[in-house]
Design a binder for this molecule. Structure first.
Ligand code: MN
Length: 450
């Protein structure tokens, strides 16, 4: 399997040419790129869009790459409804990465005074955003004390020629690395890959223990080791086939104003003091695509769902083997269906979900006859199988997403679970209505002129 974005674009061109649109007319990176994606989405069109001519930059912008489930599935060689299985397989059988001497990402190497973030497309996505943001940067970093690596998406706000701010989710792995480095008074070396094969993107979003190596999950998704090259200015390893890499460090004890920024929650959360990144080098392929994620739209929302659902399925299955399905239908929300073989398993599923994902704040558990991919059915189960004084569980003062506007302090939040399974069991519950099966099999609409 080839590991670059371009080979995936070739696959799309070959198999689904309408899924890739090239725009040669000049576009303003302030609002117009996101605006056009929003307009397409309103028409239920979700192609990958390449803007060849972006005002103020020589880099073409590629966006909307992840906006359909079928594209994501194709990227990991799965059927659209088989992504969970494929992803779980990669988590269970990770393949460690391989270091190679060099790769296409080194075709152009810019260091020192030649580094300028202002040469990149200055994309402003939404009205209240504080400035141009880089939304498709995948961080690669190592624990300052151990040989533990981490990958994550981190939004970067361009703050100067060689400066950005970075949003580190409190309590997550890169934040933990930076806390350790800061305690030692040291900067944390980091590199950001921009423009990668979607399998790399999906792997970067894997949720698990800090010692689970996302790079090996990327390998599991590729079916071969991810090829890495060493940075020019640090010993951080980055994908050899990336379009562009920003080599940098997160500075200790420095903070800068960041935000507001329109996020996946659907809100434009206000200004905060956040960590500072100093950029030491930029390397890229000849004619590199600058990848932008259309933040807060389908391009963004679909991508993270697959890895979150896989992790939650894994966590619930560890507790309740008869779990049937897991779905993340909205921010901070998870639906689980299971075949409850003993009373109490629904509560255990709630605990498993809340215990295995920082972001999830609301869990609804239903029986196996309810389709979690149909919101109406889930709402129906909550209404007809649930007594809130008995079936509602609230956890107070826990850590959640620092982007949840309803929390009184960033990320310090309550969480809740709803056991919407029938009690004491589905078999013993008031039966659902049904026309006798024999009648349904016999009846034909056309016999009645219908
Ligand atoms: Mn991690």
């Amino acid at each position: 399997m080839t590991q670059d974005l371009r080979s995936f674009l070739d696959l799309v061109k070959r198999c689904k040419p309408d899924d890739l649109v090239i725009v040669s007319r000049e576009v303003d990176p302030a609002y117009e790129i996101t605006g056009l994606v929003v307009k397409l989405e309103r028409e239920r069109r979700r192609p990958i869009v390449v803007f060849e001519n972006v005002k103020g930059s020589r880099f073409p912008v590629l966006t909307n790459l992840h906006a359909t489930r079928s594209r994501l599935a194709a990227a990991i060689n799965a059927a659209p409804d088989g992504m969970l299985t494929t992803y779980l397989h990669a988590m269970e059988r990770p393949i460690p990465p391989r270091v190679v001497p060099t790769g296409p990402v080194k075709e152009v190497v810019l260091t020192g005074e030649r580094v300028s973030l202002y040469d990149l497309p200055q994309i402003v996505h939404h009205e209240r955003d504080a400035g141009p943001y880089i939304t498709a940067a995948i961080s690669f970093a190592r624990d300052p004390e151990h040989e533990i690596w981490n990958c994550a998406y981190n939004r970067l706000m361009i703050q100067g020629r060689d400066r950005t701010s970075i949003h580190l989710t409190i309590g997550k792995h890169l934040w933990e690395f930076h806390k350790k480095a800061e305690a030692l008074g040291r900067p944390l070396p980091v590199a950001f890959a921009i423009g990668v094969h979607p399998a790399v993107a999906l792997g970067a979003l894997a949720i698990g223990s800090i010692d689970e190596d996302e790079r090996a999950i990327m390998g599991g998704l590729f079916g071969e080791p991810l090829e890495l090259v060493q940075c020019e200015t640090s010993d951080i390893l980055v994908p050899a086939h990336a379009e562009l890499v920003i080599e940098a460090e997160i500075l200790p004890h420095e903070r800068v104003a960041e935000g507001p920024f329109g996020e996946f929650t659907g809100y434009s959360l206000g200004e905060r003091q956040r960590e500072v990144v100093r950029v030491n080098a930029i390397t890229h392929r000849q004619g590199a695509y600058f990848h932008d994620i259309s933040v807060a739209h389908l391009d963004h929302l679909l991508l993270s769902t697959v890895p979150i659902e896989a992790n939650l399925y894994r966590a619930v299955r560890a507790m309740v083997p008869s779990v049937r399905a897991v779905r993340v239908p909205a921010p901070f929300t998870c639906y689980v269906s299971l075949e409850q073989r003993a009373p109490g398993q629904a509560k255990n599923a709630i605990l498993a979900v809340l215990g295995s994902d920082l972001y999830i704040k609301r869990v609804v558990v239903v029986d196996q006859d309810v389709d979690v991919f149909d919101d109406r059915q889930v709402t129906w189960a909550m209404a007809t199988r649930c007594q809130p004084d008995r079936d509602l569980l609230v956890v107070t003062h826990a850590r959640g997403s620092d982007l949840d506007p309803s929390a009184p302090q960033d990320g310090y939040t309550a969480k809740w679970g709803v056991d919407a399974t029938a009690k004491p069991s589905l078999d013993a519950y008031t039966p659902r209505h049904r026309v006798p099966r024999e009648v349904m099999e016999r009846l034909r609409l056309e016999d009645f002129g219908l």
